[in-house]
Design a protein around this ligand. Structure first.
Ligand code: R5P
Length: 296
């Protein structure tokens, strides 16, 4: 290749960025970044990236508005600094869940985000286990939803669980459950979930699964309030599950989510470095690095 691959570390993803740089062999750039007293942010490239392929690694977890605007500033500045092409590498895609107007008048937030990202002139958008695949339909540039569930399942395998059984808390998580079950060489099932469009209250209907003497793994793309996983966990406990493990790509864990999960009987919550607010055992760097190698 006649160009260099540059990995730019967004302020939200310093650890993940260095792992992606290591996995790709790309050079990494640390930006100048500061927050002014009024909350506005400042981004500066310390050197030129003229003629280079620049991947900006910036996950958009809370505070998602700040992390998103920083991503846009960085992508825009990379083009100003002469980047040949840029890629937005955004493991957690904020606002993806609002992928349509489910009530008349609702802003289709995922579409607005896609439009803003594209307005920077970026050529690629890579994300991981997006809560809604529908959100990617708003991109006209190359966009890809990667999965890290095989990596999470490989980690779970190392825990020597007892006769594991995989559960998806809703039908959207079926592909994740299937991937995890394949890696763990076991079975999976999914529960039915409905969410009140106004209050956000979650109702779950279980399936008749015999979990006696088995460790149940509940997989999902994201844990926000923890209510989705907690509902599934309570049912699994009633069905005899021994240990309960929640395994998700993105651990937002807002408010008292961890307490909600503990009260529902969840023994372990595990996830990835897509969100850097805690130490996580699994890195999404290998899947991002592989995708970058494919596009450039
Ligand atoms: C939506 O269906 C997603 O896949 C998750 O299940 C959901 O966002 C989790 O949210 P919470 O943890 O607040 O129930």
């Amino acid at each position: 290749m006649s160009f260099a691959l540059i990995i730019v570390s967004g302020p939200a993803s310093p650890t993940l960025s260095s792992r992606v740089a290591h996995a790709t062999g790309g050079a990494s750039i640390q930006l100048e970044h500061k927050v002014f007293p009024d909350g506005e942010t400042y981004i500066r490239f310390p050197k030129s990236v003229a003629g280079e392929m620049v991947a900006v690694v910036q996950s958009c977890y809370p505070p998602q508005n700040k992390n998103l605007i920083d991503l846009l500033f960085i992508l825009d500045a990379a083009r100003d600094m002469g980047a040949k092409e840029t890629a937005a590498v955004v493991p957690y895609f904020a606002y993806a869940r609002q992928d349509d107007a489910y009530r008349i008048g609702e802003a289709i937030s995922a579409r607005t985000v896609a439009r803003m990202v594209e307005a920077t002139g970026t050529s690629h958008f890579l994300t991981v286990d997006v809560p809604s695949n529908k959100a990617l339909r708003f991109f006209t540039i190359h966009s890809e939803n990667l999965t890290c569930m095989n990596l999470i399942a490989a980690y779970l395998k190392s825990l020597s669980l007892q006769s594991p059984y995989v559960l998806a808390p809703d039908d959207g998580a079926i592909p994740l459950a299937k991937t995890a079950a394949d890696t763990l060489h076991t079975e999976y099932a999914w529960f039915e979930k409905s969410r009140d469009k106004i209050t956000g209250a979650v109702t779950t209907t279980g399936k008749d699964v015999d979990l006696r003497d088995r460790d149940a793994i509940v997989v999902d793309d994201v844990i926000s309030t923890g209510k989705t996983i907690a509902n599934t966990a309570r049912i699994a406990k009633r069905q005899g599950a021994r240990k309960l493990i929640a395994a998700c790509a993105h651990l937002l864990l807002v408010g008292d989510a961890e307490q909600t999960l503990r009260s529902a009987g969840v023994d372990l919550v595990t996830g990835t470095d897509s969100i850097e607010t805690g130490s996580r055992p699994v890195s999404v760097a290998p899947v991002l690095a592989e995708a970058l190698r494919k596009i450039w």
